[in-house]
Design a protein around this ligand. Structure first.
Ligand code: SF4
Length: 388
């Protein structure tokens, strides 16, 4: 009997899928589909994944959970092969055979990098977003439970821990303090990463850690969403363009080898060409080398869905332009690393990432190896390297 997980969306979902899988009954075949509702495309992919899973393993029971299941359960219960649909509230215990509910979602099976959930839900109301409806208000997990989950993941072989959640900078208003306490409590925690950050919420303690704590890895993914102040306002984001640029300057001043990733939405309703260009320029102004570009798609029951929409062709074309500019910037960055020495953790088949998250291939390297490498070349999306 086996349990398979199919996860869409964010790192928190991945950690939660593992937690559900660990508590599944061992005498039944289950496929856990952990859905995402961040875009219409994500919901479509969830439906497709369920159909494919049922075709491939018709005898397995399918559990559909996650944000899309929370928002539109009826869509999923109607699909052939689906045995159970559970929203987010009870998802972690949805397959458990006893009452013990695993409190902290964590894990990423078989990987040396593990995700530990520290927070879920969101108190903000960005006008494009339905995640806060799917996950409810912001809730931070107790420090002791997070500390124990980190220790458990290290016991299972994790060498890098990524703290994750829906809005982790909201962690009791003090994400920096949480990191400090974790690093102090767990001396084996050599590599700590953070998943997506809301730039306006980064606290002083976190800036201090960026400056002085080498165990906190220097790649920061910011939820920027747009580079135009009017659009940011219409999105109901709480930062301005200047705030975003200032945050990046502060991060780079604290630690100069930090790299920046960002989420951006292309063609939000009412976006003019000029406003769009401000987003394009933000990639440069914030020195973004890893961009996730989302073509705007109106989510049901959101204010942005009621705003004047841009034509599909414009949405497609602007996403493509943003992706193109982002790809060129990334290419330059990867090329600039050739000849440098970087520290790398090998995750699989000779592949790993540098501390600032450049993908590297090292022939013959074994999973779990950590060390300094000399970057020898750059091929496509991949750097090549030899041990230094
Ligand atoms: S901060 Fe905004 S985009 Fe992020 S989950 Fe909350 S409402 Fe959604």
């Amino acid at each position: 009997m086996s349990v398979e997980t199919i996860t869409l969306g964010c790192r928190l979902n991945f950690a939660e899928s593992e937690t559900i899988a660990r508590s599944a009954p061992s005498d039944e075949d289950w496929i856990i589909v952990n859905s995402c509702a961040v875009t219409n495309e994500a919901v479509r992919q969830t439906r497709q994944a369920i159909r494919r899973a049922h075709r491939q393993r018709p005898s397995a029971k399918i559990l559909v959970t996650g944000c899309a299941a929370e928002l539109e359960p009826q869509i999923f219960s109607a699909i052939a092969g689906v045995s159970r649909v559970t929203g987010n509230t009870n998802k972690l215990s949805s397959l458990a055979t006893n009452d013990v509910m695993p409190p902290v979602p964590s894990g990423f099976m078989g990987h040396v990098r593990s995700f530990v959930g520290v927070q879920t839900g969101c108190d903000h109301r960005c006008t494009f977003c339905s995640i806060w409806q799917a996950r409810g208000p912001s809730a931070s997990l107790p420090f002791e439970q997070i500390r124990d989950a980190v220790a458990r993941e290290i016991d299972r072989g994790a060498q890098e821990i990524v703290l994750t959640g829906v809005d982790i900078t909201d962690y009791r208003g003090a994400l920096g303090r949480l990191c400090q306490r974790l690093l102090a409590a767990e001396p084996r925690l050599d590599r700590l990463r953070l998943s997506s950050l809301d730039s306006i919420e980064i606290d002083d303690a976190l800036f201090e850690l960026i400056a002085g704590e080498p165990r906190l890895l220097p790649h920061f993914h910011l939820s920027l969403q747009a580079g135009d102040d009017m659009i940011l306002k219409r999105m109901k984001r709480r930062h301005s363009r200047a705030d975003a640029v200032r945050t990046v300057e502060r991060i780079r001043a604290a630690r100069s080898d930090s790299t920046i990733g960002a989420d951006l939405i292309a063609a939000f309703p009412t976006e003019t060409e000029e406003m769009f260009i401000n987003s394009v320029k933000l990639l440069e102004d914030c020195d973004v080398i890893a961009a996730h570009i989302f073509p705007f798609s109106p989510r049901p029951n959101t204010p942005a869905a009621r705003m004047p929409q841009l034509p599909r062709e414009v949405i497609k074309a602007r996403s493509a332009r943003l992706r193109e500019v982002a790809a060129v910037r990334r290419r330059h960055w990867l090329d600039s690393l050739v000849g440098t020495t970087e520290r790398v953790l090998i995750e699989n088949d000779g592949r790993g990432h540098t501390d600032n998250f450049a993908p590297v291939l090292i022939e013959g390297a074994v999973r779990g190896e950590v060390g300094r490498v000399q970057i020898t070349g750059s091929e496509g999306e991949q750097l090549t390297a030899v041990w230094a």
